[in-house]
Design a protein around this ligand. Structure first.
Ligand code: ADP
Length: 319
């Protein structure tokens, strides 16, 4: 193998740039020619490919977003689209590809592997929703963004003795809500993995007030439902003024944390090592601080194990 390429695909996540940098510099160190593909699979189909040198990734480790841009491509989901992509890769002499993205992007990577392109996936998503890895690139930064917002909301909620609902991202994974709930000392965490009873929640709010709590902070994962409806219900039942804040895309941006930069650097380096070894159709992750890799199909089939320990801690400490 002589030429490898890297692309970012699907939803962006802070730390993608650190991963691109690690792929480019590790690749060059190993003697590969390294190309960057712009706009994910969409740019791949259109041949938006250019060579990357050591300095093309200078000054990006601290930046959020992705210098390669990201996109979703319906065309790539069709066989005709993927044939175009493979032809483009061949035209540029690319025999190895690193795809940084989430589960959708990994499915695309698996298809490219089947078509003879050695492809390795790196988990770039704030949602932490990939079961094969303890952490995804971008999760820690998003978590800290949420924490910063919670700290601020706590001040104003305490002053006005309000209930504050904060809706956070994560799709069907409650990790952002759960981790932020513990770190931010929230009174309640509502996540898709656990059933929740709105009556019990209202009771908890009232009991908290009776015990002298000045504020009541509720972290709601987007996978559960709308913050506005919950706000209305809590206000109706408890009579306490309640505010809802939907953090939205602010959670996707910002300078990556040290943890995300280091994770991205480690995983990016491993992806290139795997390509050097002629491996294909694998995804890289981290388990118990060890860098690991799995066959894509196997990784996507893994079921998330819900972290009961963290959930219990969140409940006990919120009392
Ligand atoms: P993420 O990678 O963040 O989960 P998406 O699910 O939007 O984001 O996937 C990103 C892109 O990956 C899609 O726009 C599409 O081009 C490609 N993709 C997703 N699913 C498949 C699939 N089953 N087969 C081939 N390509 C896919």
């Amino acid at each position: 193998m002589k030429t490898i390429a890297v692309l970012t695909s699907g939803g962006d996540a802070p730390g993608m740039n650190a991963a691109i940098r690690a792929v480019v510099r590790t690749g060059l160190e190993k003697g590969f020619k390294v190309m960057g593909v712009q706009r994910g699979y969409s740019g791949l189909i259109n041949g938006e490919i250019f060579e990357m040198g050591r300095y093309s990734v200078a000054d990006i480790i601290q930046r959020g977003g992705t210098i390669l841009r990201t996109a979703r491509s319906e065309e790539f989901k069709t066989e005709a689209g993927r044939i175009k992509a493979v032809n483009i890769l061949k035209a540029f002499g690319i025999d190895g590809l690193v795809v940084i993205g989430g589960d959708g992007s990994f499915k695309g990577a698996r298809e490219l592997s089947k078509m003879g392109i050695n492809t390795i996936g790196l988990p770039g998503t704030i949602d932490n929703d990939l079961a094969y890895t303890d952490y995804t690139i971008g999760f820690d930064t998003a978590l800290n963004t949420v924490l910063d917002a919670i700290n601020k909301l706590r001040d104003t909620s305490s002053s006005h003795e309000r209930v504050s609902i904060v809706e956070v991202m994560g799709r069907n994974c409650g990790d952002i809500a759960l981790f932020a709930g513990i770190a931010g000392g929230a009174e309640s965490v509502i996540i898709p993995e656990k059933e929740f009873d709105v009556n019990l929640l209202c009771r908890k709010v009232l009991e908290g007030k009776n015990r002298g709590k000045l504020h009541n902070l509720i972290i709601l994962s987007e996978g559960v439902g709308g913050a506005q409806a919950l706000k209305k219900k809590i206000q109706e039942v408890t009579g306490i003024e309640t505010r809802a804040t939907v953090l939205g895309h602010i959670q996707r941006g910002g300078s990556p944390t040290a943890a995300d930069r280091i994770l991205a650097s480690r995983l990016g380096a491993r992806a290139v090592e795997l390509l050097e070894q002629g491996k294909s159709s694998r995804v890289v992750g981290v388990r118990g601080n060890e860098v690991v890799d799995f066959e894509i199909e196997e990784a996507l089939a893994m079921e998330s194990k819900f972290n009961e320990e963290l959930y219990n801690i969140a409940n006990i400490l919120s009392y």
